[in-house]
Every structure is written in structure tokens, then in C-alpha cells.
Design a protein around this ligand. Sequence first.
Ligand SMILES: [Zn+2]
Length: 75
Amino acid sequence: MTLSEAANDNQGRKLFAPRPCPICKKPSTEKYRPFCSKRCADVDLARWLGGNYAIPAAPEQDGDDDEGPANPTRG
Ligand SMILES: [Zn+2]
């Protein structure tokens, strides 16, 4: 008795929506995701390194302790 087993569909496939390249809106590749190519990845990296983003400067806080003349006069 030979039973030809049918291909079991136990493969859990997940439908994923490929996000377009944030640089040129082309379909991203798996290698350079979320970008479409290394070029667009470099472009995005250059944006970060180029200084297009502003670094929030922390306000300087002066510790106001020991305020006032504290000179014990001895004599
Ligand atoms: Zn791209």
C-alpha cells in the first residue's frame, strides 16, 4: 500500500507589507532594508551624520549651594 502524501500546508506564511524605501519610495530590498539599495542607505546615514538633525542642548544648571559669604572671623 503506497500512499502518496500530499504536501501539507503547514507552512505558516505571514503576509508582510514591504515598506517602500524612505528615500526614494522604491520597494525596499531584504539586503538593504528598509532601503532599496546601499545608496539610499548611505543617503539616510549622511543625513544623520550631516548634522541635519538638531541636538537638544541641555541647559546649564548652576548649583547654587554655599551661596553667601561664610567667613568665620576668629580673633
Ligand atoms: Zn531607495
